[in-house]
Design a protein around this ligand. Structure first.
Ligand code: SF4
Ligand code: SF4
Length: 382
């Protein structure tokens, strides 16, 4: 993206920033770094000054613009609702044009170009999570036609720590007698990491392929346990199919009495709102409604919840770009969770599970982290 395009599309938005600083306390990056370049205000100021021609891009700006989780807490706290993250993503595109970006992004772009997934493994291995399951049906969750497609997403498909999510969710769908399929090796990355990398123009091939697969299967509904896939589809895809997050779909199945809870879940639980599901997609009540309908479960809220929820540190490709910063943000999240006294933290995002559980494990903190699909499966019982 050129400076002129940046000006045309984003100047008015960025210029709304009056430098009041109300966004500072809610920005998870600023909370750890404590410097002006890490504030939403500071990032807006950089982009504005570049647009106005008062300064030119410098290599150091990469450090500021590529260290944002995309959580949009700043916009929530901001009186004129400045969409700082939109400016940051556009700024990243400018930096990519100038070859000033974290080179780990090249590895991601290459993996998506050649293998259609972020891990760089052969895409046929996208269903390898089924190998560790018992009683897998003959079709191994890949049928030619189905009413519902479960779009698994790269992280849940390839990263061992969270493969328990697709393993749990297909069992929930099976028990609820849903006519569903996954796409296996024909599922390609949704393109979310490329948007975050400032390389959105490279995602077209992925979008077209996935849209075509939905048409071929003839599905009426596509369901996502990954909030980032869900958000990307909602914002960037064109399809007649209904798009639902897993929490919305499970809420519907409970209403239809297709999900019933034989076991219940007899523990105190707190819920972490994933940024791409909550603030970025507006879904706060579906997960809470699912949890509240589970017998025995006691829900206690985090100090900052719903619109004010604090990011876990896993968003916006930050974990790839600066894993230490991502872990420091996760540490703050863990401390907030511990203050609730809950026995379990549940969320509805594989990346939040990875970030929180991974940091807790590395720092030897005893914390039980679950995705809502796992919790529902356990509460359903046999
Ligand atoms: S982004 Fe909003 S809250 Fe932050 S300094 Fe600018 S106007 Fe104030
Ligand atoms: S989107 Fe989140 S991480 Fe990025 S500047 Fe705003 S509050 Fe900070």
């Amino acid at each position: 993206m050129k400076r002129e395009e940046l000006k045309e599309q984003f100047y008015d938005e960025i210029a709304k920033c009056n430098r009041c600083g109300f966004c500072l306390p809610v920005c998870p990056v600023y909370a750890v770094k404590g410097t002006e370049w890490a504030t939403p205000r500071g990032r807006n100021a950089i982009i504005r000054a570049v647009i106005e021609g008062k300064i030119d891009w410098t290599p150091e700006m990469e450090g500021s613009l590529f260290r944002c989780t995309g959580c949009r807490a700043c916009t929530q706290a901001c009186l004129p609702s400045v969409e700082t993250n939109e400016g940051i993503l556009a700024g990243r595109m400018c930096l990519v044009d100038r070859s000033q970006y974290p080179k780990v992004m090249d590895r991601v772009a290459e993996a998506l170009e050649n293998d259609f997934n972020i891990s760089g493994d052969p895409n046929e291995e996208r269903s390898s999570w089924t190998e560790f399951m018992r009683d897998v049906p003959e079709h191994a969750y890949q049928k030619e036609t189905a009413q519902v497609i479960y779009f698994v997403g790269c992280v849940a498909a390839f990263f061992p720590l969270v493969q328990k999510i697709p393993q749990a969710f297909v069992q929930v769908l099976d028990k609820a007698e849903v006519d569903f399929t996954t796409l296996g090796g024909e599922e390609w990355c949704c393109g979310f990491p490329l948007i975050q990398a400032g390389m959105a123009e490279k995602m077209e091939k992925l979008v077209e392929h996935n849209q075509e697969k939905i048409r071929e299967v003839g599905a009426e509904t596509v369901v996502f346990a990954c909030p980032s896939c869900y958000h990307t589809w909602k914002e960037r895809y064109k399809t007649d199919a209904e798009l639902l997050h897993a929490t919305q779909f499970m809420e519907r199945l409970i209403d239809q009495e297709k999900i019933t809870f034989n076991n219940g879940f007899h523990k105190t639980v707190t819920y972490h709102d994933p940024c791409d599901l909550g603030r970025n997609s507006g879904i706060y009540e579906a997960p809470r409604d699912v949890l509240k309908r589970i017998p025995g479960l006691k829900l206690v809220e985090l100090e900052s919840n719903r619109e004010l929820a604090i990011c876990c540190g896993g968003g916006g490709d930050l974990e790839m770009i600066d894993p230490e910063l991502s872990a420091a943000i996760a540490q703050r999240k863990i401390e907030e969770i511990q203050r609730t006294g809950a026995e379990v933290v549940v969320t509805s995002c594989q990346q939040c599970v990875r970030t929180i559980a991974g940091t807790a494990r590395k720092r030897k903190i005893n914390l039980k982290v679950m995705d809502i699909t796992e919790l529902v499966l356990e509460a359903m019982g046999s």
